[in-house]
Design a protein around this ligand. Structure first.
Ligand SMILES: [Zn+2]
Ligand SMILES: [Zn+2]
Length: 160
């Protein structure tokens, strides 16, 4: 993943009202197969790129933050376009406002960010076949074991 630090990725909602830019590669990309993500996406999993909030720059519009229940019980804040209501990122109670979970499917080029880990595969829909080379865990995982050192350092700089 080295050499991608200068990576910038643009994205936005369906109506074009909200546009944003990720100014570096993300910390880590989760593909979450929990039932909550299945329900909220209306699909089989959610694909979230975790990144420092300050590395997500708004290019247009102002997302509206909607308080939404979460699996942990602590709630999540989902940032949605005020017009078309497409969700562009979430913040979870665990990492607070400092880390955004950008919805990879809203990027102009979502192919650039494949999953670094599959989580909550215990509730994966049975037809979804995971690639053997990507780590997969029944529920959650130990960050220290899976994240690249550079991402761990970035997170420490942020949260301490
Ligand atoms: Zn929109
Ligand atoms: Zn989930």
């Amino acid at each position: 993943m080295t050499g991608e630090d200068q990576l910038t990725l643009d994205g936005g909602c369906t109506c074009g009202g909200v546009r944003y830019r990720m100014t570096s590669r993300p910390l880590f990309v989760h593909c979450c197969h929990c039932r909550w993500c299945q329900r909220e996406s209306g699909s089989s999993f959610a694909l979230n790129a975790m990144i420092e909030a300050e590395r997500v720059v708004l290019l247009g519009g102002e997302p509206q933050v909607v308080d939404t229940p979460s699996l942990s019980g602590k709630g999540q804040k989902i940032a949605r376009c005020p017009s078309c209501r497409v969700a562009v990122w979430s913040n979870y109670a665990g990492a607070g406002d400092a880390i955004r979970f950008v919805r990879v499917g809203t990027l102009d080029d979502p192919d650039r960010l494949p999953p670094d880990v599959h989580i909550f595969t215990s509730s994966k829909q049975p037809w979804v076949v995971l690639p053997p080379a990507t780590p997969a865990v029944a529920e959650y995982y130990d960050r220290e074991q899976l994240w690249p050192a550079e991402s761990l350092a970035r997170r420490r700089a942020l949260i301490g």
